[in-house]
Ligand binder design. Structure first.
Ligand code: UDP
Ligand code: MG
Length: 324
């Protein structure tokens, strides 16, 4: 009996960036769980996001032994969000599950994801309940990010909702049509809608190696999420302006009164001090609004360049369409 190569029941998409140290553990665990949960009707789409270690070589060996392990190799590091998208695009399954390679997403829950999908949910989202070993900045940072994000955008993202999620093929087909380059995969899937269900999980500590996300990358992720899913920051400066303008008029009036009545509050403020404060404030507002416009402009700029989302190194990839 040959293994079916097209349209398995489940595709598992794994973005990889220098994960060779712990990848074998994940691969073994995945194979075991998937064999059981799908009766062998699965594929694992590994997406090597420009790793500089031997991540690709590992997957290459697994592909040789079992063609259900597929390999998409990007020509350089494009970042997790794009790597995940590349994997989703290459997947053939009736359902597609995304999972991190570092062991933080418990593979034992895959049967539960499948069960909820088979019960009719088009999107099944893993919601992390707590992550004891993560730094304070990350834990509270993400909590506050969700709070502010929902407040600003009026969207209802669930705190802790993660990239550990399953989508139906019909959702994938719509996902493929989204062309923006600055992308947050889970944000786009949330935007797509569809009937969804949630599975709570506790994130395991990272198996081996370091998180590929520095504070800088996380900050960029947060900013990109807001910019790509909301235009409300553009209004913030308008609100600040609406506050500052009357305030400066009042301050001006105060100054006039102060001068006319000979410093009744004993401020001993010189005119220069007033002017300095006012100028500083207004310059601050201007700089903030310039910055926000710059952010949106940069997004418009990258979108209009109309480059492909990613570049696949076809010579290094294995098991993709158009190949045997
Ligand atoms: N990853 C990637 N490209 C990157 C950074 C990370 O494909 O530029 C992958 C990484 O190999 C892992 C997943 O994205 O499978 C999550 O990465 P990590 O654990 O470093 O992120 P965190 O758990 O801190 O969000
Ligand atoms: Mg991780």
């Amino acid at each position: 009996m040959t293994t079916k190569l097209t349209n398995p029941l489940l595709s598992v998409v794994v973005p990889l960036y220098n994960e060779s140290a712990g990848l074998a553990v994940l691969h073994d665990a995945l194979e075991k769980v998937l064999q059981h949960a799908t009766h062998g009707e699965y594929e694992i789409v590994y997406c090597d996001d420009g790793s500089t270690d031997n991540t690709s070589a590992l997957v290459r060996a697994w592909h040789t032994a079992d063609s259900r392990a597929k390999l998409v190799v990007l020509s350089r590091n494009f970042g997790k969000e794009i790597a995940t998208s590349a994997g989703i695009h290459a997947a053939h399954g009736a359902a597609i599950l995304m999972i991190d390679a570092d062991g933080q997403h418990p593979v034992e829950l895959i049967p539960e994801f499948l069960a909820k999908w088979q019960a009719g949910s088009k999107v099944v989202v893993g919601v992390r309940t707590n992550n004891q070993k993560e730094g304070l900045v990350k834990r509270y940072g993400s909590k506050w990010f969700y709070r502010l994000f929902n407040r600003f955008t009026g969207m209802k993202l669930i705190p802790g909702s993660s990239d550990f999620r399953l989508i139906d093929r019909s959702v994938q087909q719509e996902f493929v049509r989204l062309t923006e380059r600055n992308r947050i995969t889970r944000g786009l899937i949330d935007w797509l809608g569809y009937q969804r269900d949630y599975i709570e999980f506790t994130a395991n500590p990272r198996l081996i190696g370091e998180s590929g996300y520095s504070f800088r990358k996380l900050f960029k992720l947060a900013v990109d999420s807001v910019i790509s899913l909301s235009i409300s920051p553009l209004y913030i400066t308008a609100y600040i302006g609406a506050f500052v303008l009357p305030l400066s008029v009042l301050l001006g009036l105060g100054m006039v009164i102060n001068l006319l009545f000979g410093d009744p509050l004993h401020l001993h403020a010189t005119g220069g001090a007033y002017v300095m404060i006012l100028v500083l404030f207004l310059v601050g507002v201007l700089l903030v609004s310039q910055g926000i416009i710059g952010l949106y402009l940069s997004h418009i700029h990258t979108e209009t360049q109309n480059r492909p989302l990613y570049v696949i190194d076809k010579a290094k990839s294995l098991g993709l369409d158009g190949e045997v």
